[in-house]
Write a protein that binds this ligand. Structure first.
Ligand code: ATP
Length: 733
């Protein structure tokens, strides 16, 4: 006794709240046609989660709600509540009583409640399936549906049997696992697709990060090399600057000194070769003229002396005798000498002097020729004496002049020598000046180059700071690296080229510090790893779901075949009882291959379908009536069909008896004898299941422990009342 009561509020013809309490194993509901008995059976269907409107003789949810009558307005909701005795934990809930309630609203919305708490339909279905209260409704046999199991397709029949065998729970579990497996497969595919989408991006980011890493290494290398280079360069520049400015000062001082020397030497040269020399030369010319005069005088005196001495020797000499040939030759030589001097002379004064001299010589010569012989020897002697004295004087004078001339010539040579020396000195000084100027100019050039190097150095520092950061400034505090001041310049040049190459490499890499990329890479990698882990988890759970499904299929299969065997045993018994012989049997059909809805199925899917069809291979019935050679269901009479159905239904309840069974006029087509047999079997069934039988048959009413009469008043509202058998018979009419 699990079913305690059912309460209908606004459900179909039960416009008013009506409760039916069940206090015995068999309750019978009786009443006239159209009073609302079947509505009670449908109320059970409804509350147990029936989704087929057709099986509740409706089209929409709204049809289930009290439609109203002139006496009682329509309602907005229909509610049915069944109360289970759960003291033996029929339902897997920790309550002594469990109320299952379903409400439908006019907009078709449904609500399900378990002990007043709203739940989902599937929670209700699962809970009831656990108590072998199934959804296929084999335990609620509606009016005229007794032979539903005969009319059903083999697949539906199999479902009904499975339901009766309590396999629904496993089916639900299997369906649930399959749904989860499908979801998992979708998730696997989604995760794989996400990973596939991530892969190229991740590969790109990894490449970028490697580049960034490489660039970072290059930067480190650059930092190290640049710091060393800058420290060296700065040391070298400082040293060069000091050296060049020292050299400049030195050369400038030297040049200054040289210029002073040049000035001095120039004035020396001017003095020696200029005024002094011309004075000396003038003096020399004058003295030369004088000495010429003295010479001529001396010669004249010598000639005169010779003539006088000659006259003295030969007192009667003629003019011709007096003018001897040597005398003429001497005169001519003398003239020639003066003319030669004349030719050399440039000074007009001197020229005039010489010409006057020539004239005088000529006059003197002519006079000498025209002279008369000396008067006396005495006179001649005197003349000779006088002439000797004069000659002596003139010769002394000549000697003095010659000496003076010699002196003058020495002085002139000395002056010329001094001038030449000064000139030479000047030449060598000027060469030194040029040299010093050359050095200074080359120093200026070198300093210009150094200034360029300094500018380049500043530029390099700026670039370094821009590329590496302010840490680049640390070269300032660094010690001067070894060999910085002594090494060959090309060693440093080599370093500079190496640094340039590094800079180019860094620039070519085209990546900055790349913090954002590194971050994105880390995040993407983490995401990919997360997805990979998720994939492993998903595949694991797909694996275990497959195992669960396989296990469930096995259980279902075993239980099904086992249960089928028991059903057939019971069927044989009931069949014999009802027909007094013959037999009927349920058997599994050969699985047939067929197509499901979807058009584009690949091989794998087809295999799945085949498996499913094999598992759900339908159930057929073979019937053999006593004394009749018929086997097919099609040839059975209405009563025979009813009896076969009843035998089937009853045998199905035997293996895994449901807590309750509702039979709505299942006995309608039976004759009296069969009605009695039917009533016997109902009593038999009641040993295992609580029974609610809707009937017009007296025999059936007679086996009921309690009877309810359903009536419908003029307002169209169904009413329930507990009745006695005698009353029931009356009510049923
Ligand atoms: P029978 O003995 O002929 O099988 P019954 O006692 O089983 O009859 P039901 O089929 O349960 O009768 O009841 C049918 C009655 O319920 C009809 O009179 C019908 O008008 C009424 N009914 C069905 N749905 C509604 C509704 N939504 N509102 C009001 N009345 C309804």
């Amino acid at each position: 006794m699990y079913l305690k009561s059912i309460e209908l509020t606004g459900f179909k013809s039960f416009g008013k709240k009506t409760e039916l309490r069940f206090g015995a194993a068999i309750a019978s509901i009786v009443g006239p046609n159209g009073s609302g008995k079947s509505n009670v059976a449908e109320a059970f269907r409804f509350v147990l989660g029936e989704q087929s409107m057709k099986s509740m003789r409706s089209k929409r949810g709204e049809d289930l709600i009290w439609g109203g009558s002139p006496a009682l307005p329509r309602m907005n909701r229909a509610a049915v509540k069944v109360l289970f005795d759960n003291s033996s934990r029929l339902l897997d809930l920790d309550f002594k009583e469990v109320a299952v309630e379903r409400v439908v609203y006019r907009d078709g919305q449904n609500e399900y409640l378990l002990n007043g708490t709203q739940v989902r339909l599937k929670d209700v279905i699962r809970l009831l399936a656990g108590a072998n209260i199934g959804g296929s409704g084999y335990q609620i046999i509606s009016q005229g549906e007794a032979d539903r199991i005969l009319n059903a397709s083999s697949k539906e029949r199999r479902e009904m049997v499975e339901d009766a065998l309590g396999l629904k729970l496993y089916q639900h579990k299997k369906a649930e696992s399959e749904r989860k497996l499908t979801e998992t497969a979708i998730n696997i595919e989604r995760t794989q697709s996400l990973r596939r989408e991530l892969t190229p991006h991740l590969r790109f980011l990894r490449g970028q990060v490697e580049k960034i890493e490489k660039t970072r290494e290059l930067k480190e290398e650059l930092t190290e090399k640049l710091l060393d280079y800058l420290a060296r360069e700065h040391a070298w520049l400082t040293q060069e600057d000091a050296r060049l400015s020292g050299e400049s000062h030195e050369h400038e001082a030297e040049l200054k000194k040289l210029m002073a020397n040049v000035g001095e030497t120039r004035s020396k040269r001017g003095n020696a070769g200029g005024l002094m020399l011309s004075e000396l030369q003038a003096k020399l010319s004058e003295r030369e003229a004088k000495i010429q005069g003295a010479r001529r005088e001396s010669e004249r005196l010598t000639r005169e002396l010779g003539r006088a001495e000659g006259a003295l020797e030969a007192n009667n000499v003629t003019v011709e005798a007096i003018v001897p040939v040597p005398h003429v030759r001497g005169f001519v030589r003398e003239l020639d000498g003066i003319i030669a001097e004349l030719e050399r002379e440039h000074d007009i004064r001197n020229i005039k002097q010489k010409l006057a001299e020539i004239r005088r010589q000529i006059v003197s010569f002519i006079n000498g020729l025209s002279g008369s012989a000396p008067d006396t020897n005495e006179e001649v002697r005197l003349q000779v004496a006088a002439l000797s004295v004069s000659l002596e004087r003139v010769r002394k004078e000549e000697e003095a002049l010659a000496e003076e001339l010699e002196n003058l010539r020495r002085k002139i040579a000395g002056a010329r020598e001094a001038s030449l020396t000064a000139e030479r000195d000047l030449v060598s000084l000027e060469s030194l000046v040029r040299e010093a100027q050359g050095k200074l100019s080359s120093l200026r050039t070198t300093r210009g180059i150094l200034a360029d190097a300094k500018r380049r150095f500043e530029e390099e520092v700026r670039e370094g700071v821009a590329l590496i950061g302010a840490s680049m400034r640390s070269w300032e505090g660094a010690l001067i690296p070894d060999g910085a001041l002594s090494e060959e310049r090309n060693v440093q040049e080599k370093r500079r080229r190496e640094i340039e190459r590094l800079k180019i490499k860094i620039e070519e890499s085209g990546v900055g510090s790349g913090e954002a990329i590194v971050k994105e890479f880390t995040q993407t990698k983490e995401r990919d790893e997360f997805l990979a882990r998720e994939l492993v988890d998903l595949e694991k759970s797909a694996g275990s779901l497959k195992d669960i499904i396989a296990e469930l299929e096995k259980t279902i299969d075993v239980r099904f075949h086992d249960g089928l065997k028991h059903i057939n045993e019971a069927l044989t018994g009931f069949f014999e009882k009802l027909f007094g012989g013959g037999h009927a049997k349920l058997f599994v059909e050969e699985p047939r291959r067929g197509r499901h809805g979807a058009n584009s199925l690949d091989e794998e899917d087809e295999e799945d379908i085949l498996e499913e069809e094999e598992l759900y291979a339908g159930l057929s019935i073979s019937v053999s009536l006593p004394r009749k050679k018929i086997r097919g269901l099609e040839v059975l009479s209405g009563g025979e069909r009813a009896l076969t159905s009843i035998a089937l239904i009853f045998s199905m309840t035997q293996v895994n008896p449901p807590p309750f069974l509702i039979l709505d006029e299942t006995d309608a087509a039976l004759d009296e004898a069969n009605s009695r047999r039917y009533a016997d079997m109902v009593r038999e069934l009641a040993a295992k299941s609580q029974l609610i039988v809707i009937t017009h048959n007296r025999a059936t009413m007679a086996v009921a422990d309690e009877l309810y009469g359903v009536t419908m008043d003029a307002s169209g509202v169904s009413k329930l009342l507990s009745v006695k058998l005698e009353e029931a018979e009356k009510v049923a009419k």
